[in-house]
Design a protein around this ligand. Structure first.
Ligand code: DC
Length: 510
């Protein structure tokens, strides 16, 4: 699959393409970096960017590759030298439009980009990807943002920060003003040049990133990829029906068809294959598809935890039917007071024939045994505070398969009511993508039974209550962002309201 992302400088193409490459295992093709590398070489050799012949020669002779540094970041290697940072200077910015407008330079770069595009599934970002480089790309996106937002992002980047990660980041006003002027000048040059000007392909999806986060843009593109994938095999097969075997060559033709079918079946089997040594397989497959030993372990863990926890804490789940009804996957959100919370809820869902995937913070993965065990019981890690699109997609797919996903939006256990609580809104996005309702659940008493820290477990009682599921439609709000924000608020309000009811019914219990 090829994903083409075009758009003006600073629209977020690069950040989005990086995130997409990482989350979906795509080869990343930063075509702007290639024009920049040619420009740098010209500047270093003191070749005038207007000297068409000399610049063209440099472009044709240049050996350009992408590498990876120790931190796993992509590097740009020109004639054997790492030029990743050298190509991001104001001097290169000032001259790259002139260099990239030269037809012979474009010809050399486009040929190279197409060769690189054959290396596998690729996400390419630039100005002419959807129109010239990969006009038949399966997904085409034209990313824009208002010029001020773009200038701000670039200025923050120059100051060594990242506006996508740190929305509060500030940059020098004068720098921002100069960058804005330069961006406008480059937009003008890039869109009005004769060869391959910056313009959206007719079939491109337009996304304005001015007020969207990186993960929101990435999610939109991943949805487009899913749609393209759904359409692709059928439409391709339909477009190319198997030729009717001719009378004389019937046997040979039949053999060919059989071979093709076999090859396709093997390819499908490859995609579906469960690699029991890979944690990813456990995160990406349904619990029902886990290998038998893992399912046996999960069953045993559920049995032991269920029996011990019932004896020790006599827990009850009020209105559990709302959770157990066997229709589609739901996003379950709960307040988090102790390590018992996920155990009790997963156990009760499991006992009623449902499968629940708890989402846990990836900090736990420092301990390899924990990673191993959590993967076997169906838990999925999430990197908090980042655009962890991988986790979002895993949760989305689990719900689409009919599994429940359990999220603790407070992000960590709340040991006391004085503790500051930050709600992590990722759950609303996951539910939105899966078109799943959100089910609020409250728990009281578990903090007394399992207080955390080095404090010992204490017998006692635990009460849980399940609220009515909340759908996005019933929120009465329009727009994806607004709906997600409303869901975060409403779902957590219901959790806390039920928690307070339970506390009122069982005074002194936490
Ligand atoms: O995306 P960027 O700012 O790194 O791109 C640098 C320049 O390269 C930009 O001003 C236009 C040019 N470019 C191009 O003409 N075609 C591409 N496919 C990518 C970039």
């Amino acid at each position: 699959m090829r994903i083409a992302i075009d758009g003006p400088a600073g629209s977020g193409k690069s950040t989005v393409a990086h995130a997409l490459a990482e989350c979906c295992g795509l080869v990343l093709l930063d075509t702007g970096a290639m024009y920049r590398a040619v420009t740098l070489e010209c500047l270093e050799k003191e070749i005038d960017p207007e000297d068409v012949d000399s610049v063209s020669r440099i472009a044709k002779e240049m050996v350009l590759t992408f590498g990876v540094d120790e931190a796993g970041k992509q590097t740009v290697v020109a004639n054997g030298r790492d030029v990743t940072t050298l190509i991001r200077t104001p001097e290169v910015d000032a001259n790259v439009s002139a260099v990239s407008a030269i037809p012979a330079v474009r010809e050399a770069m486009v040929a190279l980009q197409r060769r690189m595009g054959q290396e596998g599934d690729v996400v390419a970002e630039g100005r002419d990807i959807g129109t010239v480089v990969f006009p038949d790309a399966e997904v085409k996106v034209f990313l824009t943002a208002d010029p001020k937002a773009r200038a701000h992002r670039r200025a923050v980047q120059r100051a060594g920060d990242d506006a996508a990660v740190n929305p509060q980041a500030q940059a020098n006003e004068e720098d921002e003003r100069k960058i804005l002027e330069d961006l406008k000048r480059r937009d003008e040059l890039d869109s009005t040049r004769e060869v391959a000007p910056l313009k959206p392909a007719d079939d491109a999806h337009h996304i304005d990133s001015s007020s969207l986060s990186v993960d929101e843009v990435v999610s939109q593109i991943v949805t487009l990829m899913d749609e393209a994938r759904k359409n692709e095999p059928e439409s391709k097969d339909a477009a190319k029906p198997e030729p009717e075997p001719k009378e004389d060559g019937k046997a040979t033709a039949k053999k060919k068809v059989a071979k093709k079918t076999e090859r396709k079946a093997n390819e499908d089997a490859d995609i579906e294959k469960f690699d029991r040594k890979s944690f990813d397989s456990f995160y990406d497959h349904a619990v029902r598809e886990f290998p038998l030993p893992a399912r046996a372990l999960l069953g045993a863990a559920i049995g032991v935890c269920g029996a011990l926890s019932k004896t020790f804490w006599h827990w009850t789940l009020q209105d559990g039917k709302k959770l157990w009804k066997a229709e589609g996957g739901r996003m379950v959100v709960m307040n988090h007071v102790s390590m018992l919370d996920p155990v009790l809820l997963v156990v009760s869902d499991w006992a009623h024939g449902r499968r629940m995937r708890p989402i846990y913070k990836s900090e736990f993965d420092k301990n390899k045994f924990v990673t191993w065990f959590f993967s076997r019981i169906g838990a999925i890690p999430v990197k908090r505070g980042t655009a962890d699109i991988k986790a979002v997609r895993r949760a989305q797919r689990a719900m689409q398969r009919g599994e429940d996903v359990l999220v603790f939006p407070e992000g960590t256990r709340i040991y006391s009511d004085d503790q500051e609580v930050t709600i992590h809104g990722g759950f609303a996005l996951m539910a939105q993508l899966a078109k799943a309702p959100v089910v609020p659940v409250a728990i009281v008493g578990a903090r007394d039974g399992a207080p955390g820290g080095n404090k010992p477990l204490r017998p006692g009682r635990v009460w849980m209550r399940v609220g009515d599921e909340i759908t996005f439609d019933e929120l009465g709000v329009k727009g994806r962002k607004q709906q997600a924000a409303a869901m975060e608020k409403v779902a957590m309000e219901r959790v806390y309201a039920m928690r307070d009811e339970l506390r009122a019914e069982h005074p002194g219990k936490m």
